[in-house]
Design a protein around this ligand. Sequence first.
Ligand SMILES: [Zn+2]
Length: 376
Amino acid sequence: MATSTTSRTGIPAIRPSGRPRGLGRCRTGATFRPESLLADQAMTRHTTKKGDRAYPFESSLAGAANRREEIRLGRYFKLAPWLLSCLVAGHATASPTEVIDTHLHGDRDPVAQLEALRASGITTIAVSTSWEDQQRYVEGKPMSVLHGLMFPCPQGKVPYSLQDCHADGREWPGVEWTEARIKSGRIDFLGEILTQYYGISPSDARMDPYYSLAVRHDLPVGIHTGSAGPDHGSPNFREDLGNPALLRDMLVRHPGIRLWIMHAGAPFFDETVALMREYPNVHADISVINNPRIVPPEAFAAMMRTLMDAGLGDRIMFGSDNADIATVRASLDALTFLDAAQKQAILHDNAERFFRIERNAGAVAPGNTRKVQDVD
Ligand SMILES: [Zn+2]
């Protein structure tokens, strides 16, 4: 459980109380999560039409009572295989105790959102939403927060949820404004970069000052690629602008930039693999492709196998994009061709290295003081 407290800015913050719900360990170290029992059934009721892309927990309270009952019943039917897997497979089913969600957006109820994430083992999030909403996500054990800068915003809006990216309606943050907030530790990465929603190439010259900032301050850059869900509200969106091959020009102009291809570029997946093979500084997150409501599990498995066969297993990062967290975690758990070490890398180690989390951790003052500041 977690309780909501009020930060110095009067915005609800998250304070944990006690150990995460529903966690139990078998003797071999595997973690049992009652929530994961429901991955293929009850969760569908808790997601609205737009839920996979924007605010997925709108109906979760209404379903909570039923869900508890289903968890209780589900135990009887599913506990036996779980025990067996612990005893027989042992280390092969071990799951990391710390998981990094590299692709998260705002929620109308951050308390419930972070509670659900914690229940599925998420301990660090990389969040990007409107600048104002972003200030609601503050550091707090056991959840660490990396803050992004989302831009350029089509018509000044965050896609799907359509609140203003900035209070004054601007589409682009000022370059000096951005650098000042990087220096004060309020921006940990540039992303989600919305060039595709805005209707321009990710290598458009207007992006160059920001990419230069990222290189100068050693920040990761996460760019939306691939396709998009319905009702995003961005009239200039073009699917072809989500082709990762378009990133080649900016990679040439900004050597060494720490780039991450969000959603792994699908359906332009071959281009993602080619680019990652060519540029060792390019990573990818697996949000959306790990969501069985958008991409069939067989297709996800095939893409993951291709990435692993290409020797890219140390540059793939877990992300949810606000999809039901237990469902997308289960998608990865289901890949039997990955061993425990490979899953550990995807769920945690690769992102820890990419975001330089250990280095940054020393700079975070205790008591949630670093990120809770004025909104401007
Ligand atoms: Zn995206």
